[in-house]
Structure formats: structure tokens, C-alpha cells
Design a binder for this molecule. Structure first.
Ligand SMILES: Nc1ncnc2c1ncn2[C@@H]1O[C@H](COP(=O)(O)OP(=O)(O)OP(=O)(O)O)[C@@H](O)[C@H]1O
Ligand SMILES: [Mg+2]
Length: 284
């Protein structure tokens, strides 16, 4: 049963008051209930701006965002945003931190049942009474995840939530968040510039280019198995996304030097940036 919300971005453009350029131009996008979508692109291409607009934290200069047919004008307990830093309250226990979302939304009566359930989901049941300061970075991010999930959001927005963690912890959290979101039917929208993260977590990746931020390509990521990063299908999906990313970033390899997977992924949409930028090195 899908509980996640449908999200539509309609002709969204944004210029910051002190910005020199438009941060986003003409963004049109639709996200299905329960889908996991990644927003990828180089630093400054507008990923966080788009996430903030989608989640009602920022009003766009033009255009609209709809969640289940209702115009988004402010944040709502129906969706939550997780950032790079878990921003927990250090003087509270793990369980008290997890309870905050419920407390703030007037659902304190559910704390006794919901908090242990969420701690179990993120595998921190044994840590309920510990002080959050005594936890590792990865464990703290799990607490933040449990706190985000406790009020049963329909959409979980993530802005590079694992980038401060070591590769192993990051990998296990990526798989856990995808698994949990699918189990609960939550729509997942993830900002990252880590392409393997997008491949592991998302059903589709929206590739943005910068100055001004535009959608260049939407890459479907269809994988039978997301637990093993060494499969041929994983390498193929990653190659395809890397080619789209490099193309959007103006860092395409010389056409003859492209990996086979990248060639297959070429949009064929009439954009001619690759040859022009053939002398630039590839960015990973
Ligand atoms: N508050 C602000 N005022 C003015 N300009 C801003 C503001 N926030 C972001 N920008 C500009 O808007 C553009 C998009 O920024 P944004 O933070 O959305 O990029 P990003 O893709 O999330 O980058 P990163 O990967 O580095 O986090 C950049 O050129 C940035 O300098
Ligand atoms: Mg950002």
C-alpha cells in the first residue's frame, strides 16, 4: 500500500534577491507516490534551492509546487526534510529526540508506542536512554531519521544527509533509508552529488546543469539488485548517470572516449555541448 504523496513542480523559476543569476529556470517535474527521486548536478546548480522550494521552505519567484493536488506554500507535518547535520538536541536522550516530531505536531499521546517502533526500524532500540552526544555520527543520523519518520510523513526530503559519514556507514544508511521508504511507501526526494548514492537509492535521477539551474536529463535507474555494487547492471546504471552528469556539467569526454554505457545513455536530444567541451577533464 502506497502512502507516499504525489508531487508536481510546475514551471518553477527562482532568483535570489542577492543572486547574480537565476538559480532555477523553468523546472517541470512530477514524482509518483512512493517513488525515490534523486536530484544530481554540480555544486551550485540549484539542487538545494529546488528541494527547499518543493518542501515549502522557500517560495519560488515563479511557478508552483503541488503535493497531492494542494499548492505548497509552507512546510507541513506531512513531509520532513533531513539535512547533512542531524541537528539533535545534545542534552536529550535518543528517545526524547525521536519524540520531538510527534511533540511538535501535537501527537504526544503516540510517543509511547511510536518511538520504540521507530528505534527498532533504525536498529537503535538498545540506545533509547543514551545521550545523543555519546553516539557516532552515523548513529546520530539514524536518530534523526527515526525522528523524521515518527510522524509518518508522506514525503521524506533529504539534502546530502550522509555526506559527512564514512563510506561504509553511508552505504548501509543509503540502503536502509531506501528499504524503509519502500516498506512504508514514502515518497523519497534526495539531493546528492554522489552518483553511486543516487544509483543505490533512486528510481530516477534528475540531472541539473548550472547557471542557471535547469533540468538537462532524467535518467531512469532500474536495478534488480541494489545490495551488490559490483554487478554489471549497477555499473551500467552508474555509467549512464555519469555520462548525463558530465554532459550537464559541460565536462563530457571526447565522444570517442566515452564508455559504452555512456554512449547508450546519450540523450540524442540535439544538445551539442559534448564536442565543444571535449578538452576538459571528466569530473567524478
Ligand atoms: N541565500 C542565497 N542568496 C543568494 N544566492 C544564493 C542563496 N542560496 C543559494 N544561492 C545561489 O543559488 C545557486 C544555487 O544554489 P544551491 O544551494 O541551490 O546549489 P546546490 O546545487 O545545492 O549546491 P551544493 O551542491 O554546493 O550544495 C548558487 O549559485 C548559489 O550561489
Ligand atoms: Mg546544496
Amino acid at each position: 500500500m502506497l502512502k507516499g504523496a504525489h508531487l508536481a513542480v510546475e514551471k518553477v523559476s527562482h532568483t535570489y534577491r542577492r543572486g547574480r543569476q537565476q538559480a532555477l529556470v523553468d523546472i517541470d517535474l512530477e514524482v509518483k507516490p512512493g517513488e525515490a527521486l534523486a536530484l544530481v548536478g554540480r555544486s551550485g546548480c540549484g539542487k538545494s534551492t529546488l528541494l527547499h522550494i518543493m518542501s515549502g521552505l522557500l517560495a519560488p519567484s515563479a511557478g508552483k509546487v503541488w503535493i497531492d493536488g494542494a499548492k505548497v506554500e509552507e512546510p507541513s507535518p506531512r513531509w520532513v526534510v533531513m539535512f547533512q547535520q542531524p541537528s539533535l538536541y545534545p542534552w536529550m536522550t535518543v528517545a526524547q529526540n525521536v519524540a520531538l516530531g510527534l511533540r511538535f505536531t501535537g501527537r504526544s499521546r503516540e510517543i509511547a508506542s511510536r518511538v520504540p517502533e521507530m528505534l527498532k526500524l533504525v536498529e537503535l532500540s538498545d540506545y533509547a536512554d543514551r545521550n545523543v552526544q555519546d553516539l557516532s555520527g552515523g548513529q546520530q543520523q539514524r536518530v534523526a531519521l527515526a525522528r523524521s519518520l515518527a510522524p509518518s510523513p508522506e514525503i521524506l526530503f533529504l539534502d546530502e544527509p550522509f555526506s559527512a559519514l564514512d563510506a561504509f556507514t553511508r552505504g548501509s544508511l543509503q540502503r536502509d533509508v531506501r528499504r524503509i521508504a519502500r516498506e512504508l511507501g514514502i515518497t523519497l526526494i534526495l539531493v546528492t552529488h554522489d552518483l553511486p548514492e543516487a544509483v543505490t537509492m533512486a528510481d530516477r535521477a534528475v540531472v541539473l546543469s548550472a547557471n542557471p539551474g535547469r533540468i538537462r536529463e532524467i535518467v531512469p535507474i532500474e536495478l534488480e539488485n541494489r545490495d551488490d555494487l559490483r554487478t554489471a547492471e549497477y555499473a551500467k546504471a552508474r555509467g549512464r548517470l555519469a555520462a548525463a552528469y558530465e554532459h550537464a556539467a559541460g565536462l563530457g569526454l571526447a565522444p570517442g572516449a566515452e564508455p559504452a554505457s555512456a554512449k547508450r545513455a546519450a540523450t540524442g536530444g540535439g544538445e551539442d555541448g559534448q564536442g565543444r567541451n571535449a578538452a576538459l577533464p571528466a569530473a567524478r
